[in-house]
Design a binder for this molecule. Structure first.
Ligand code: NI
Ligand code: MN
Length: 230
């Protein structure tokens, strides 16, 4: 069984069985000073975190990744330029790039295209998984046709998709993304943190579920979804 915990905005904690069968704790885009987050960065300081994935270096995604990595010994996994920056700041990092399965022994991980901007390197999405689950975190992105390839190749069980509009996909685009990716469950993110990205996740849920392509799980910040494949 895997657990996905929403920490507000685009921040998630994922606990899963690695490819080696051992428990792995992962953070993605840990901006934990976001106004919705139930946890502070320091809440992770005494805990085992194995990897921290960063989709791009905008402040609402890089967040406190470097501080948490340094305090926990977690490795930051990100595109080359962000990994270099993290190392300059004293964190351990695995530098990758778009489209190749990363050679991490205990985890399945691929950085995938995102159509957005970034100061260091290119923005990415992240596909990450272990024995029993594959999760696709789209990062900040508009709708991209590569999502159908991500769906076909990596068969994500769960897709974490921005729905807030303005800087990323909105509800209609994200619903189309679900059609391309075909996950079992879609979880909306990147909405209602600040006024330009106000969106109603219930509307996203109605739209996706009316098409019968996937379930939508709306997680409140702090809420966890347990997932196991049938
Ligand atoms: Ni961004
Ligand atoms: Mn963002």
């Amino acid at each position: 069984m895997a657990v996905i915990k929403y920490l507000g905005h685009s921040a998630f904690e994922i606990r899963l069985q690695g490819l080696d069968g051992k428990p792995k704790n992962i953070l993605i885009d840990p901006w934990l000073t976001n106004p919705m987050s139930p946890l502070k960065p320091s809440d992770y300081y005494g805990r085992k975190i194995d990897y921290i994935f960063v989709t791009h270096d905008h402040g609402d995604h890089l967040g406190e990744a470097i501080d948490i990595a340094k305090a926990t010994g977690a490795k930051i996994v990100a595109i080359f330029e962000i990994a270099l920056y993290a190392r300059e700041k004293g964190a351990e990092a695995i530098d990758g790039n778009i489209g190749g399965r990363l050679k991490i022994d205990d985890l399945f991980a691929v950085l995938v295209p995102a159509n957005h901007s970034s100061s260091r390197g290119a923005p990415t999405g992240v596909v990450v998984g272990g024995r029993d689950i594959v999760v696709y975190h789209a990062g900040d992105t508009g709708l991209v046709s590569e999502m159908s390839l991500i769906g076909e190749l990596y068969k994500p069980d769960i897709a974490l998709l921005p729905i807030g509009g303005h800087y990323t996909m909105g509800i209609e685009e994200a619903a189309k993304a679900v059609e391309l990716i075909k996950p079992k469950i879609a979880i909306p993110m990147h909405y209602n943190t600040f006024p330009p990205i106000k969106a109603d996740p219930e509307e996203f849920k109605r739209l996706v579920e009316s098409k019968g392509i996937a379930k939508v799980a709306i997680l409140r910040p702090g809420e966890e979804l347990e997932y196991s494949r049938e």
